[in-house]
Design a protein around this ligand. Structure first.
Ligand code: ADP
Ligand code: MG
Length: 699
């Protein structure tokens, strides 16, 4: 059956070409379906009439029924206004208009009963309502009024008369022509078992509920469906992947792994690291492809876990590749691995976008012949001419910087898709992980290496920056190093770079006895690398930088992280930056510098940062503060993440509930062909097609 709501929005009565263009551009509404799923953001109860005597200035709005006794025009110029003295017998209230005075005076008659709705205010002891909604009382059936929907509209829409009320009118036109036979999107079995109302009814109610109870039921049905299909999609995909791809079997823990473990490992693994390595060993020894996410807070030692996994690959005759999101990080991993593996027969090489052709040619040849065991790389490895002979394991560091598209691309680099280990230091709350990475198994490194002192975090206003400088000076005298980070929202913004340059010059004047380095994304890779090396070796003591050092960078002697304009960073980014210090034995400090005037949101972020060092706590707080759509990684995740009604944080319980239901269906109907589930599989296909369209539009 053709979906009747697939039609272009311009054909809806009341829309037409012009409004359609506006709806397209402003709200992404293209079809009847899009409008149908454009839900109100709030409802106002208009089922109750209040008495004038009940008016309280703190009420958000009030509805009254009575008559206008007299009109009066008062004031001059801009404050000229029309006042209507309105009463219901229990008292008087002034209805006030600053515009359209003539029109209003002609429209409303004295002595006629009207229902009046608006926000009351008390001014000089008198109650008044400015620009109220007024309807003749006899045309309004109170019982039909129920809860009034409010729709978000943009300024541009409002200027063209497409305000919330006009949107409600369009939706009501749409609902009037909506056939009751519109295809149901959940199966009968599910509707009955979980007592869900039919789709069409839920859609009607969500726009025009007559009472709260009914509204809650409709919301539940729609949230259920939204979360259910996300989970069904993920779990079904995961099942397909496991069925389709056998995995390489790394059955032995061999010579090199053991030699590294006993001879080279500079410290004892933490309990959490040991556990995760065990989980990985279990995964790669089952003949199915591993797809595992390792979540570990900054500094928890993920690199070492990755290294051990790569040695397992080597011991079983396979190559491994480690991908990092920035060249700086790739360089750092490369030198760490080389250093740690020195003396072992493991060949490690580096390939990035700036690898010269002269080195690249033999490097690619050695990769293809199997002489290279571990390749450290960036996105550069995704290019078609980079080929392995036996790629058995792909490690993706800082997973949130890569999308599923890139992950999938790596699968084409070997005969059987390689095992995949993705690592993230931006811990993702469990609920979000379930939704985003439902296809991945998750390991958690929930323990920091011993001896780490918690980082002390302070929030300082710019006018106290002098104290910060003397503190840095003191630390430098003790031989420590410091980062000073400036925001750079996009690499092309000149103005941001100017901040960095000015900050650099300023610091050079203040710390004239010390050497200061400078690092930003506009520099050539070679220069960046050299600058980073100078800092790592202690040749420079302060590194003034943009967020290019955000992820992964590891210089244990650096104990101070100053973040300028901290208000311009999100929580997870602040936490990542803070993670650049506290990596050695010395007490470390993170100093967040902001202007004096702060928004509530920023104040909250600063409080969270100074209150905890726990990445998981911060991630939860971030999710609550910003909503899932903004969390790093969700955009690139490939799952169109614009939830229309469900909320990952608030509806966590429901999420778990529907996940179990979806899992049962996938397990009982692995070939997607059981009659009772036909509706579900068809709907899932539809959703996928729609999301592909969206995905195509983004990339
Ligand atoms: P991240 O998880 O943020 O990637 P790294 O892998 O960069 O963390 O490790 C941070 C630092 O901790 C490195 O200097 C590393 O050598 C060190 N480290 C890792 N594991 C241990 C351990 N078990 N004991 C002591 N230090 C460790
Ligand atoms: Mg790391």
């Amino acid at each position: 059956m053709l979906d009747p709501t697939a039609r272009d929005i311009k054909y809806l009565p009341g829309v037409g070409e012009q409004r359609a263009a506006l709806l397209n551009r402003e709200l992404n509404i293209y079809s009847l379906h899009d409008l149908l799923y454009y839900f109100p953001y709030k409802y106002v109860d208009r089922s109750r009439i209040f008495n004038v005597s009940e008016i309280d200035g703190r009420m958000p709005h009030i509805q009254l029924c009575g008559e206008i006794r007299s009109f009066e025009e008062v004031g001059e110029g801009a404050s000229r206004r029309l006042v209507a003295h309105f009463t219901d017998g229990t008292g008087f209230v002034d209805l006030v208009w600053f515009r359209g005075i003539k029109f209003i005076k002609g429209k409303y008659k004295l002595g006629v009963r009207y229902v009046v709705f608006g926000k009351p205010t008390i001014f000089n002891g008198r109650a008044n309502i400015a620009h109220p909604d007024i309807d003749p009382a006899d045309t309004l059936q109170l019982s039909e009024m129920g809860l009034q929907p409010y729709y978000n509209t943009t300024d541009r829409m409002k200027r063209s008369g497409l305000n919330s009320q006009a949107m409600a009118k369009l939706v009501s036109n749409l609902l009037a022509m909506l056939p009751d036979a519109m295809p149901e999107t959940l199966s009968d079995g599910i509707l009955q078992r979980y007592k869900l109302m039919p789709l069409v009814r839920a859609l009607k109610i969500i726009h025009f509920p007559s009472n709260i109870n009914e509204l809650r039921h409709a919301e539940y049905r729609l949230k259920f469906e939204e979360l259910f299909y996300i989970q069904l999609g993920i779990l079904n995909y995961s099942k397909d992947r496991k069925r389709k791809y056998a995995g390489y079997n790394f059955s032995k823990v061999g010579d090199i792994f053991n030699r590294f473990y006993s001879e080279k490992l500079p410290f004892e693994l933490t309990g959490a690291q040991k556990r995760v390595v065990r989980e990985i060993r279990h995964d790669v020894n089952r003949s199915t492809q591993m797809n595992r996410l390792v979540q570990g807070d900054v500094g928890s030692g993920k690199t070492l876990v990755a290294l051990l996994a790569m040695l397992l690959a080597k011991d079983n005759g396979y190559q491994a590749c480690m991908m990092a999101p920035t060249e700086i990080l790739a360089e750092q991993h490369f030198s760490t691995l080389r250093r740690m593996l020195a003396g072992l027969p493991v060949r490690v090489e580096l390939l990035t976008g700036s690898t010269k052709q002269k080195e690249r040619v033999p490097l690619l040849a050695a990769l293809l012949s199997g002489e290279i065991d571990i390749l450290v790389s960036t996105h550069a490895v995704l290019e078609d001419n980079v080929n392995f002979t036996r790629l058995g394991l792909v490690v993706i560091d800082e997973q949130h910087r890569f999308g599923v598209v890139q992950r999938a691309k790596m699968w084409t680099k070997s005969h059987i898709p390689a095992h995949v280990l993705v690592m993230t230091a931006t811990p993702i709350p469990r609920t979000l992980a379930m939704t985003l990475y439902g296809d991945l198994d998750v390991s958690v490194i929930d323990e920091l290496p011993p001896g780490r002192k918690p980082i002390t975090t302070r929030h300082i206003f710019r006018n106290n920056i002098g104290e910060v400088y003397s503190f840095i000076e003191k630390q430098l005298r003790e031989g420590r190093q410091a980062y000073v980070v400036y925001p750079l929202i996009t690499e092309s913004e000149k103005i941001d770079l100017k901040n960095l340059e000015e900050g650099y010059t300023h610091l050079c004047n203040i710390f004239c006895d010390y050497k200061i380095g400078k690092l930003h994304g506009k520099m050539k890779p070679k220069e960046k690398d050299a600058e980073m090396q100078r800092f790592a070796s202690g040749e420079t003591q302060i590194l003034v930088s943009t967020t290019v050092i955000e992820v992964g960078v590891d210089v244990p002697n650096s104990t101070i992280m100053v973040i300028e304009n901290a208000e311009r960073f999100g929580l997870s980014q602040l936490h990542q930056l803070r993670g650049r210090v506290g990596r050695g034995a010395n007490q470390s400090y993170c100093i967040l510098v902001t202007d004096y005037k702060l928004s509530d949101d920023t104040r909250k972020r600063m409080e969270i940062m100074t209150g905890t060092n726990d990445g998981f706590e911060i991630a939860e707080a971030d999710l609550k503060l910003r909503g899932p759509g903004d969390i790093e990684g969700t955009q690139q995740s490939g799952i169109a993440f614009d939830l229309k009604i469900a909320n990952i944080t608030k509806d966590e319980q429901l999420l778990h509930f529907v996940r179990d239901i979806a899992r049962e269906i996938v397990e009982n109907d692995p070939d997607c062909n059981r009659d009772e589930n036909r509706v579900l599989w068809r709907r899932l296909d539809e959703i996928k097609r729609r999301n592909n369209r969206n995905w195509g539009a983004i990339s």
